[in-house]
Write a protein that binds this ligand. Structure first.
Ligand SMILES: NC(=O)c1ccc[n+]([C@@H]2O[C@H](COP(=O)([O-])OP(=O)(O)OC[C@H]3O[C@@H](n4cnc5c(N)ncnc54)[C@H](OP(=O)(O)O)[C@@H]3O)[C@@H](O)[C@H]2O)c1
Length: 187
């Protein structure tokens, strides 16, 4: 299983920190290219590999940690998705006013799914501030709830494995309570 994070800002760095902490290899890409990631790679260590966006988009699981408005441009040159997984961490927000974007009644993840035909789309990590995501330690008494929702009809069996491996000792449950409704993972 290969992983990539597209976006190396607050959320991308927080997630890369968790990959590093759990000794899982991940590619990280941003809009400025691999050379700009030298500091991050140096700080987080051997599991974190700088990549181009195009390289990152070939991974089995691609985490989108870019502004919502950048999603179409980010995924434009992706190879066929063929059921590979996109994890959508974006929030469809107008940041200046901090109000939801008008999506004409569509769910933001449905909009994202429209840009990645053939991908299985999981909405995750968007409800947690980057600082919280980055800070979750292994083996803690604290519980952090991470809501996620998937577009696939039977969402969890495969994806269950990857958040589990991200912070396995503390993942208490990742149940898809009622099919399409939000699920709760307790990290
Ligand atoms: N910050 C939070 O606490 C938080 C919490 C939940 C959800 N979110 C959501 O997570 C997403 C990322 O937020 P953030 O705070 O991490 O933003 P950020 O710090 O501004 O980082 C955005 C990243 O996206 C990259 N990027 C932008 N356009 C790109 C493109 N076309 N191709 C490749 N990379 C591109 C940027 O590349 P460069 O580095 O090269 O500029 C940057 O690394 C947003 O949708 C936000 O709503 C954020």
């Amino acid at each position: 299983m290969t992983y990539a994070i597209i976006g190396s800002g607050a959320i991308g760095t927080a997630l890369a920190t968790q990959f590093a902490r759990n000794d899982i290899d991940v590619l990280v890409a941003n809009s400025r290219g691999p050379a700009s990631l030298a500091d991050l790679v140096g700080r987080l260590g051997k599991n974190i590999k700088a990549a181009s966006v195009q390289e990152g988009l070939k991974a089995d699981i691609v985490i989108l940690a870019v502004p919502f408005g950048s999603v179409p441009e980010t995924v434009r040159d992706a190879a066929a998705w063929n059921g590979r997984i996109i994890v959508d961490a974006t929030n469809a927000i107008d940041f200046a006013a901090f109000t939801p974007k008008d999506l004409g009644g569509r769910l933001s993840t449905d909009v994202v799914a429209g840009f990645v035909p053939g991908a299985r789309v999981v909405k995750a990590f968007n409800t947690l501030p980057a600082a919280v995501l980055a800070a979750i330690p292994r083996r803690t008494a604290d519980i952090v709830s991470c809501f996620f929702q998937a577009t696939m009809p039977r969402p969890m069996p495969k994806s269950r494995r990857w958040p589990r491996s991200l912070d396995s000792p503390d993942l208490i449950s990742a149940n898809s309570r009622t099919g399409g409704l939000p699920s709760l993972a307790a990290l």
